[in-house]
Design a protein around this ligand. Structure first.
Ligand SMILES: C[S@@+](CC[C@H](N)C(=O)[O-])C[C@H]1O[C@@H](n2cnc3c(N)ncnc32)[C@H](O)[C@@H]1O
Length: 281
């Protein structure tokens, strides 16, 4: 597959065969007035919900019976949209992504919002889920502290921690090596976790709102195929460049990723990404 269309998902969706997709990973406009070079995030509440229900109905037939559906949202509209989805799919998790936004001023009449809500839904109970591929290794300190005989040979200590439904990972900030010119680019490590857990190798991931193509890069780096849509011509060019860069130096990309992860897991700075290792408390 590996195809991205520079068009409105509602116009192009029939290019994707029904029952052909293993994972729909979607990060749509949240209706917060962001500037995506179009009015897609500037609808009224009613228009936004109507449009959301329309694209959900258009993409769902593409999902295989064993498939999963993840949607990124914020608290403003996740209640309505989760209720809508629960009429069509089974809800497995609500994952809270803590963006680790540093405390510097912010709201004075309410609590500062630092999370996104990710809904995880499936069509059937026999959905694909590979827990081992996303376990979080314990750090060396924790492993050493667990040398007493009752811990020796414990599988969980060796294969790592089962991720919970609270994911703490810094949003992409201005100096981030992953950063592209887009207001709501998602961190690769979060998208990779979803891709690895919910799509088998060589399976197909559909992202109806590609943005900078984070889903495509996660698929390339993990031997999955991708399909997607992005309406904005400039973002489409960003995606194509990102893919070209990845394809020309995949080994270099993996080395850079390891370096960034090592720095993040050692650093105590506010932007630390914390999906990579876990300290046992
Ligand atoms: C939240 S962003 C996705 C960010 C992406 N996950 C990333 O990591 O870069 C949503 C994207 O949807 C695009 N978009 C909005 N309406 C669309 C439509 N009808 N069809 C396809 N893309 C659309 C916007 O231009 C924007 O880039």
């Amino acid at each position: 597959m590996n195809k991205i269309f520079n068009e409105d998902v509602l116009l192009g969706i029939n290019k994707i065969e029904d029952n052909s997709i293993d994972l729909i990973l979607t990060d749509p406009p949240y209706c917060l007035g962001k500037d995506y070079g179009n009015d897609s995030d500037k609808k009224s509440s009613n228009e936004y919900l109507e449009w959301t229900y329309q694209w959900i109905d258009a993409v769902l037939p593409k999902l295989r019976d064993s498939g999963s559906f993840y949607i990124f949202l914020s608290w403003q509209y996740s209640p309505e949209i989760f209720v809508y989805l629960k009429k069509k799919l089974r809800m497995v998790n609500e994952i809270i992504w803590d963006r680790r936004v540093p405390s510097m001023g912010g709201s004075t009449r309410k609590f500062s919002s630092v999370h996104d809500n990710i809904g995880f839904f499936v069509k059937n109970n026999d959905y694909y889920f590979d827990l081992d591929s996303i376990r979080i290794p314990y750090d060396e300190e924790t492993k050493k502290a667990r040398t007493r005989s009752i811990f020796i040979g414990k599988k969980w200590l060796e294969i790592g921690y089962n991720p919970k439904d609270l994911w703490s990972s810094s949003r992409i900030h201005a100096q981030d090596p992953e950063r592209e010119n887009h207001p709501t680019q998602k961190p690769l490590e979060i998208i990779e976790r979803i891709v690895k857990a919910s799509c088998s190798k060589n399976g197909i991931v559909l992202d109806p709102f590609m943005g900078t193509g984070t889903t495509a890069i996660a698929c390339l780096a993990n031997d999955r195929q991708y399909a997607g849509f992005e309406i904005n011509k400039e973002y489409y060019k960003v995606i194509m460049n990102r893919i070209k860069k990845y394809n020309s130096r995949p080994t270099l990309f993996q080395q850079q990723k390891k370096m960034v992860n090592d720095i993040h897991s050692q650093s105590s700075c506010l932007f630390t990404k914390t999906l990579t290792t876990h300290k046992c408390r």
